[in-house]
Design a binder for this molecule. Structure first.
Ligand SMILES: *Cc1c(COP(=O)(O)O)cnc(C)c1O
Length: 417
């Protein structure tokens, strides 16, 4: 046996990863579901847990992708590396259909096509300094928090699961799931509307107050609009750029995952307006667009030509019809879940402009107690609210991503409890 100083032979790891709470939400759910299934193999489990779509890909997208594959098989139609920012034809149709039509001043060269909003909302930290004061809502999409932990932008976790150094803005029934605008100065604010996990939405007036705050404090809003397609009320904003001044203070993330069922196909985009500015440690003023462009050009090689053609087809007239029908299908599920739970006596939130229904769990139960209760008594898998943050304790998320039969069966079972 050699007895040497191990440190001389071992690479250093990013120790920030060790700060992450070990029992991450979805693995823990998987563990409990597996344990239950092993001892109850006869039970028909209905999964309304993880936020993944279930309906097949739109025909318009599939046809466009098949055609793109055939093109690649010809000398004239072959495509190698594409632009790191995405093909101009895709960025132009996005700029026109998602923004200019709504009166938002966003141009094709401010759009960066990517393989996902999860990656973009984490990768954006690459171009932002370590000294920023950061705010997230609680509960929150866990990616915003964990990516900050990994990048060393937080201290250690407290027993509550919250991290030292982050500012948490609680959202619960008492404030109607609307975070209070901070009194102190925050540099970086993550907002997600329609919200995952609570299904809450923001009005133009409320969003204008966030933009005003950001302008006053020179902060940057990271606006996640992954669920904008689920908005049913024409007065609600789909984009933060519907608010005057947002070009000076917001980056927006959009994805084809939830509207067009691209969770496995992978395509999204991020909007970085040319007006956005930041400061280096020496006080130099730099624009964020240039940094993000540099970051993507260096670390990313673009989304596959095939997939970008598939995404382009979302904007075709057939594509639009299919996407609208997918969204209505999930929203009808959400309505069934909402109504049946209300009938069963639950307090229910969300599910009107988002594919998530957020439930208050019965008195004296924790979120995990309710998880076990639903799993054992109704064989339904949902997501404990506490997994999204300390203030999610006492709540539970059911997703509308499933087929109609399963949704109806699940609601029948809850009604029978
Ligand atoms: C599903 C989801 C996304 C989309 O992520 P992709 O990586 O594009 O699939 C983004 N933000 C939130 C809050 C989501 O729930």
């Amino acid at each position: 046996m050699r007895c040497v100083d191990a440190s001389a032979f071992v690479v250093q790891v990013n120790s920030n990863y060790l700060k992450l709470k070990a029992g991450y939400l979805f693995p823990e759910i998987a563990r409990r579901v597996k344990a239950f299934s092993l001892s109850h193999s006869d039970k028909d489990l209905i999964r309304l847990g993880i936020g993944d779509v279930t309906e097949p890909l739109p025909l318009a997208c599939r046809q466009a992708m098949k055609q793109a594959i055939d093109e690649l098989g010809t000398e004239a139609g072959f495509h190698g590396y594409g632009p790191e920012q995405g093909y101009l034809w895709l960025r132009e149709i996005i700029a026109k259909s998602d923004y200019q039509i709504r009166g938002c001043d966003v141009s094709a060269d401010e759009i960066f096509v990517s393989d996902g909003s999860k990656c973009d909302s984490s990768n954006i930290l690459d171009i932002l300094g370590t000294g920023n004061r950061i705010a997230v809502t609680d509960p929150v999409y866990p990616v915003y928090v964990d990516s900050n932990v990994m990048a060393g932008r937080t201290g250690n976790a407290f027993d509550t699961g919250r991290y030292e150094g982050l500012t948490y803005l609680p959202i619960d029934a008492s404030n109607n799931f609307k975070a209070q605008i901070p009194e102190q100065s925050i540099d970086l604010i993550y907002l997600c509307f329609p919200n995952n996990p609570t299904g809450a939405v923001v009005s133009k007036e409320e969003l204008a107050r966030w933009v005003a705050y950001a302008r006053e404090h020179d902060s940057l809003i990271l606006f996640d609009a992954a669920y904008e397609a689920f908005i049913q009320d024409k007065d609600l904003p789909h984009s933060i750029y519907e608010i005057e001044g947002a070009r000076h203070c917001a980056i927006e993330f959009r994805s084809f995952s939830k509207n067009a069922g691209f969770t496995g196909t992978r395509c999204a985009f991020t909007v970085v307006p040319k007006e956005l500015k930041g400061q280096s440690i020496t006080g130099e003023i730099v624009d964020l667009w240039s940094l993000w462009n540099r970051r993507q050009s260096t670390k990313f090689n673009g989304v596959s030509y095939i997939v970008q053609r598939g995404a382009e087809a979302v904007y075709s007239s057939n594509g639009q019809t299919e996407v609208k029908s997918l969204v209505s299908f999930y929203m009808e599920n959400a309505k069934i879940i909402r109504n049946d739970l209300l009938q069963a006596g639950y307090s229910v939130y969300g599910g009107e402009h988002a594919p998530y229904v957020w439930i208050k769990v019965p008195e004296k139960m924790s979120s995990w107690d309710f998880f076990d209760f639903l799993l054992e008594k109704a064989n339904i898998v949902g997501t404990p609210g506490s997994g999204f943050g300390a203030s999610g304790e006492g709540y539970f998320r059911l997703s509308a991503f499933n087929n109609r039969l399963n949704v109806e069966k699940a609601m029948q079972r809850i009604g029978d409890l």
